[in-house]
Write a protein that binds this ligand. Structure first.
Ligand code: ADP
Length: 430
C-alpha cells in the first residue's frame, strides 16, 4: 500500500533524522549534525513557501510550478480551486448581468429601500414613472415622493395594500403602488402604470351613472301612472293583478337605479369619508323602529347598544350601510326567527354586529357577497325584492371609513355580519 503524501513527508523526515544521527556517530557532535540537517530542511520548506506565495500573487493563467512531494500536491490543489472559483465568479457575473438587464427592461418601476426607507437600488422604469434617478440612491424616498398619503402608506407596511397615486412627473399618469417587505428589514417598492385601466374604469363609471340618471325620470313617470292605475276603481278586474305586478317591478327598478347612483357617488368621492359626528345609538334606534314597523318580519328584533359610543364619518353613508345589513337580516330570516343587533366597543375600536337565525349562506358564497348583483339563490333573493347591490354599497362605505366587513354563517342556522371600525373613527363620551 502506498503511504500517501503525508506518509512520504514523515518518511523523509525520519530518514533525515536518521542520517543526522549516523553522521553524528561517524564524525561526532550528533546534535550539531542534527541541527544542521533540520536547518537545511526548514530552509528548503521556506524556499518552497516563498515560491508558492509569489505564484499565488501572479495571474491565474500562470501554470503551477513543478514541485516535489507534498508541495506538488498543494500547487495542483490550489490551481484547481482557483480555476473553479474563477468559473463560478464568471457564472455569477453572467446571471447578475442577465438579472439586471431583465429588471431594467421591466415596464413596472422597482425600488429597493432599506430599513430607513433610503433608496438602495432602482430600475429604469422608476425614472419614467416616479421621476427617480440613479443619483437619488442613499436618499429617503419620502423626501423625493412628497405626497403625504405616500408617507402614511409606507409607514403602514402592509404588503396587501395597493395605493393609487398620480405620478410626480405627470398628473394624468395614474400609478398603483405596492410595498413588499423582504430580507433583513428591506422593502421593494413597486409602481405600475394604470392610466389606461383607470381611464376605462372612469368611462364605465360615468356610463353607469349617466344611464342610471337618464332612466330615473322615465321610470318615475311610469311608476307614477302605475301607482295611479292600481288605485283606479274603474280598472278592469282581470288587469288589476298584472298592473300591481308592473307597479312592483317598476318600484324594484327604481331601487336598483337608486342603488347604482349611490354606488357611483361613493366611487366618485375620494378614498376617505368625511368626519361628521355620527350618533350611532340614535341611528340604530330608528332603524329598529323601522324594522318593527315592517308588516313581515322576524318575531324577535333585539338591540343592545353601548351608549356614548359613536363614529366620525359620513352619516348618510353609515346609515345606508347599517340599513342594508339589518334589512338583509330581516329579509332572509323567517317570521319565527330572531335578529340581534349589537353596537359595542372592542378596546379602542368599535363593532356593529347583526346576527340572525335565518337561511344562512353557504361557505363558498361568502367571499362573493359584496360583488354587484351577486345573489346566493337567484330566484329566491330576487323575489325577496333585493337589488343585489346592498352589500356592494356596504363594502364601499366601510372602505371609505377604514372599516372591515366580516361574515360568518351556517347554512340553515343563520348569519352574523360584523362591521369593525378603527380607533381613529370612533368617539366615546366619558
Ligand atoms: P340583495 O339586495 O339581493 O339582498 P345584497 O347585496 O344585500 O343583495 O346581498 C347579496 C346576497 O347575499 C343576497 O342576495 C343574499 O343571497 C345574501 N345575503 C345577504 N345577507 C344575508 C343574510 N343575513 N342571510 C342570508 N343571506 C344573505
Amino acid at each position: 500500500m502506498s503511504p500517501g503524501p503525508w506518509g512520504y513527508v514523515l518518511l523523509r523526515f525520519l530518514a533525515l533524522v536518521a542520517a543526522a544521527v549516523l553522521f553524528g556517530l561517524l564524525f561526532g557532535r550528533p546534535f550539531a549534525w542534527l541541527s544542521a540537517f533540520l536547518l537545511a530542511y526548514l530552509g528548503w520548506h521556506l524556499w518552497h513557501l516563498w515560491q508558492l506565495e509569489s505564484w499565488l500573487r501572479k495571474k491565474l493563467g500562470e501554470p503551477p510550478r513543478d514541485a516535489p512531494g507534498l508541495w506538488g500536491d498543494v500547487y495542483a490543489h490550489l490551481h484547481r480551486v482557483r480555476l473553479q472559483s474563477r468559473a463560478r465568479k464568471k457564472r455569477l457575473a453572467r446571471v447578475l448581468k442577465e438579472f439586471r438587464k431583465s429588471t431594467q427592461a421591466l415596464p413596472d418601476a422597482g425600488v429597493v429601500l432599506d430599513a430607513d426607507h433610503e433608496i438602495v437600488w432602482l430600475n429604469k422604469a422608476a425614472g419614467r414613472l416616479l421621476g427617480l434617478r440613479r443619483e437619488d440612491r442613499g436618499q429617503r424616498i419620502e423626501n423625493l415622493l412628497r405626497a403625504p398619503e405616500f408617507a402614511a402608506f409606507l409607514r403602514a407596511d402592509d404588503a396587501e395594500r395597493i395605493m393609487r397615486l398620480s405620478s410626480p412627473l405627470d398628473d394624468d399618469m395614474r400609478l398603483a403602488l405596492q410595498v413588499v417587505p423582504y430580507g433583513d428589514n428591506q422593502r421593494l417598492l413597486l409602481a405600475r402604470d394604470i392610466t389606461h385601466a383607470t381611464r376605462l374604469e372612469t368611462v364605465r363609471r360615468t356610463f353607469v351613472a349617466n344611464a342610471s340618471h337618464e332612466l330615473r325620470s322615465p321610470l318615475t313617470v311610469i311608476g307614477g301612472y302605475l301607482d295611479a292605475l292600481v288605485e283606479e276603481p274603474e280598472l278592469v278586474e282581470h288587469w288589476r293583478e298584472p298592473v300591481q305586478e308592473m307597479a312592483r317591478q317598476s318600484e324594484r327598478m327604481r331601487r336598483i337605479i337608486e342603488d347604482l347612483l349611490t354606488l357611483s357617488r361613493l366611487e366618485a368621492s375620494g378614498a376617505e369619508a368625511e368626519r361628521e359626528r355620527v350618533d350611532v345609538q340614535g341611528m340604530l334606534a330608528s332603524l329598529k323602529k323601522e324594522a318593527l314597523a315592517r308588516p313581515q318580519r322576524p318575531a324577535v328584533i333585539e338591540l343592545h347598544v353601548e351608549s356614548g359610543l359613536g363614529l366620525w364619518g359620513a352619516e348618510s353613508e353609515i346609515y345606508s350601510a347599517f340599513a342594508n345589513i339589518i334589512g338583509n337580516a330581516l329579509k332572509y330570516t323567517p317570521s319565527d326567527g330572531s335578529v340581534h343587533i349589537r353596537w359595542y366597543p372592542e378596546g379602542d375600536t368599535a363593532c356593529l354586529s347583526v346576527s340572525d337565525t335565518g337561511v344562512g349562506i353557504p361557505d363558498e358564497a361568502i367571499p362573493r357577497l359584496t360583488e354587484r348583483f351577486y345573489r346566493v339563490d337567484k330566484g329566491r333573493d330576487r323575489a325577496s325584492g333585493g337589488t343585489g347591490l346592498g352589500l356592494a354599497i356596504v363594502k364601499h362605505v366601510l372602505q371609505r371609513h377604514g372599516a372591515r366587513l366580516e361574515v360568518e354563517s351556517v347554512l340553515g342556522e343563520g348569519s352574523t355580519f360584523r362591521c369593525r371600525f378603527p380607533a381613529e373613527r370612533v368617539w366615546r363620551k366619558s
